[in-house]
Design a protein around this ligand. Structure first.
Ligand SMILES: [Zn+2]
Length: 234
């Protein structure tokens, strides 16, 4: 494989659903070619985040045979401004979120994650996993404390999503990260990696949880850029 194709695949695979367990997830397992803002992109998505890599001769993917999610339809209408994010500071912010121990979960082997299964033409609720599709393994794993969330431009993002963004930064070896101020979809936060690759993160809407807030703007964006954003939002 050529190096551009290899890197593109590595980036897309960070985001797409690799082991789909439902028809919806099936649509998130494909590479997604699309057009946006006069550019051809190759994308990949899961239900919380997506990535767009500019298409070129080396990394072009064939049109998917199966139905994919409509990534094009959720992209914002216009990019108004790009404010630089201090990369090092953002990585530090994620690393400051405490790790907590939790039980690892895995797909239920009886229903393969569906929560129910078919037997001789009838559908049964899965007793093995109480219809959740997940079982606890005996292993404990460490995850970022979910009580901590990030905010930027008045929107909340989970640390899982920030982690995804930082993984994409590492794989792409991007030097500069920008927050894209956009119009057209308030449920998304868009980031540009070296003005090339785009990472979209879905807004987090907590259900009456007490959260500890890590403010990205306060630590990672210059005062001048913050003022510009404020003027645009007014
Ligand atoms: Zn089950």
């Amino acid at each position: 494989m050529n190096p551009i194709k290899e890197k593109t695949t590595e980036l897309l695979d960070l985001f797409r659903v690799k082991h789909p367990t439902s028809a919806y997830e099936q649509r998130l397992s494909h590479y997604i070619p699309l057009e946006w803002g006069q550019t051809r992109w190759t994308g990949a998505a899961n239900s919380h985040s997506f990535i767009l890599v500019p298409e070129c001769k080396e990394n072009k993917v064939p049109e998917p045979e199966a139905k994919v999610v409509n990534l094009q339809g959720i992209l914002p209408k216009a990019v108004l401004y790009q404010a630089e994010i201090e990369k090092r500071e953002l990585i530090d912010m994620l690393n400051e979120i405490p790790l907590i121990k939790t039980n690892e979960t895995a797909e239920c082997p009886s229903c393969e994650g569906a929560g129910r299964f078919e037997h001789w033409g009838d559908t049964y609720d899965c007793q093995h996993c109480q219809e959740t599709g997940e079982i606890r393994t005996n292993r404990t794993i460490e995850v970022r404390d979910p009580e901590y969330v990030f905010t930027l431009d008045g929107k909340m993002i989970t640390s899982d999503n920030i982690d995804k963004l930082i993984q994409a930064i590492a794989v792409s070896e991007a030097e500069k990260i920008y927050y894209m101020v956009t119009t057209g979809n308030d449920a998304l936060l868009l980031f540009s990696l070296d003005y090339q690759i785009i990472v979209g993160l879905a807004l987090y809407r907590p259900l009456n949880a007490e959260l500890k807030i890590a403010d990205i703007a306060a630590r990672c964006i210059s005062m001048q850029d913050l003022e510009t954003i404020e003027v645009m939002r007014a």
